[in-house]
Design a protein around this ligand. Structure first.
Ligand code: IPD
Ligand code: CA
Ligand code: CA
Length: 261
């Protein structure tokens, strides 16, 4: 697929940052003996990846705005366009030597996400989409799963950790979803969760308390692959609220009903 100039800039930046992170990831195992050492090292790897992405994106499009997990928000001369970046989604996995994390880059235009790239260097899987042109992984077109029965479906979600207040609600949701499906996974990268629904690997995904940079790129990839997505509050906004429930067309309504309770 021949993408726009912006998409090519995003893909190049994601690959460059991904390569730097993959190199640092190989060091992490040696640092596991000292948690503090590993934690500091991962923070530096994360910051370095964001620096690489910013150099590439802002170097090529200096007038665009910027929103990234580590460096925060910067308004651009062009108020209609903004990069939304998570240099490392799945930090806990990275820190623990678990090879499931990704670089996530989206472009927003007039409040709409118009392109997204999610790169998993561990599998060399580059997921990408632009509005109206479909979703892709490397050379292949993506399509959400064709499953129609909840009992045959596998979903993904995020679980609150470290004293987050929403554990009781999450346990209730799981109590409603688990008995009627084939399984629920918690793999620890919301960006990859969304692309896996786009690829038909999961049949759906839901999570609350996310940030714009966790969701923006994966959301357009999911939608361009034929997935349906809504915020938990149907009148809200996924990227602004940081909540999402998504699935293929057949499973969206039953999953959303169970999750919303
Ligand atoms: C996290 C991951 C995780 C989700 C967390 C996010 P990070 O992002 O996407 O799957 O459950 O809420 O914060 O911190 O690894 O960039
Ligand atoms: Ca994230
Ligand atoms: Ca992150």
């Amino acid at each position: 697929m021949v993408g726009s100039a912006n998409l090519n800039i995003m893909m190049k930046a994601a690959r460059r940052a991904g390569r730097a992170l993959a190199k640092d990831f190989r060091e992490v195992e040696n640092l596991q003996v000292s948690m503090k050492g590993a934690g500091d090292f991962v923070s530096r790897a994360d910051l370095n990846a964001e620096k690489i992405i910013k150099e590439d994106l802002m170097g090529a499009r200096p007038t665009y705005g910027w929103l990234a997990e580590e460096g925060g928000a910067e308004e651009g001369q062009d108020p209609t366009r903004r990069w939304i970046v998570d240099p490392l989604d799945g930090t806990t996995n990275f820190l623990h030597g678990l090879p499931h994390w990704a670089v996530s880059i989206a472009l927003e235009h007039k409040g709409q996400i118009v392109s997204g790239v999610v790169y998993d260097p561990n599998k060399d899987e580059l997921f990408f989409a632009e509005k109206g042109t479909g979703a892709w992984m490397n050379e292949g077109r993506l399509r959400v799963s064709g499953r129609t029965k909840m009992i045959e479906s596998v979903f993904s979600t995020g679980l609150p950790f470290g004293g987050r207040p929403d554990l009781p609600d999450t346990l209730k949701e799981l109590g409603r979803v688990l008995p009627g499906c084939a399984g629920v996974r918690r793999w620890g990268s919301a960006a990859l969760d969304l692309t896996y629904v786009a690829a038909g690997r999961y049949d759906g995904f839901w999570e609350r308390r996310l940030n714009a940079w966790d969701i923006a790129a994966g959301l357009i990839i999911l939608r361009e692959a034929g997935g349906l997505a809504e915020p938990m509050d149907p009148n809200g906004n996924i990227v602004e609220d940081g909540t999402i429930v998504c699935a293929n067309e057949a499973l969206f309504a039953p999953l959303a009903k169970l999750v919303r309770g």
